[in-house]
Write a protein of this length. Structure first.
Length: 153
């Protein structure tokens, strides 16, 4: 990651807050994901009156990229804060961290941006130290118990 790339995705995340659909929480979040292909995939939070269908900015960006065939990423920037208020260093929620775990390595950079030049940098492994991944499913694979195959006539 170059400093220019970091500034670009941080600035893009801040700008994406304008697209946020947050009529209930009035908490606007934007995200910008740098794909392995060098393309930036953006997202915003999209709320719903039924609440459960609400989607975060980070997942919007990741799902957009995956639906375009890109599943490897260089970094993500996130910008969030209350409508009309100061931007905070807005961390990704647990669900978004888990979605990152699916596609990103432990050293995946996550920038919490207040502007293009004001950000805090983390890595996925520090925000989700024991994430659940495909490796966990593999470790639980076992042979079918023998007793399930008996009793048929
Ligand atoms: Zn989230």
């Amino acid at each position: 990651m170059t400093e220019d790339e970091i500034r670009e995705i941080c600035g893009s995340a801040v700008k994406m807050r304008e697209r946020s659909y947050a009529p209930y929480s009035h908490f606007r979040v934007g995200a910008a994901l740098l794909g392995e292909d060098g393309k930036i995939y953006t997202g915003c939070n999209i709320e719903n009156a039924a609440f459960t269908p609400t989607n975060c900015a980070e997942r919007t960006a990741i799902f957009k990229a995956v639906s375009e065939g890109v599943t490897k990423f260089q970094a993500i920037a996130i910008a969030g804060g209350p409508e009309g208020g100061e931007l905070s260093y807005c961390p990704p929620c647990g669900v978004c961290r888990q979605v990152m775990e699916e596609f990103c390595p432990k050293d995946f950079p996550i920038y919490l941006a207040r502007s293009g030049t004001d950000y805090r940098a983390y890595i996925l492994g520090s925000l989700l130290p024991e994430g659940f991944g495909g490796k966990n499913l593999k470790s639980w694979e076992r042979e079918e118990p023998e007793e399930l195959g008996t009793g048929r006539t």
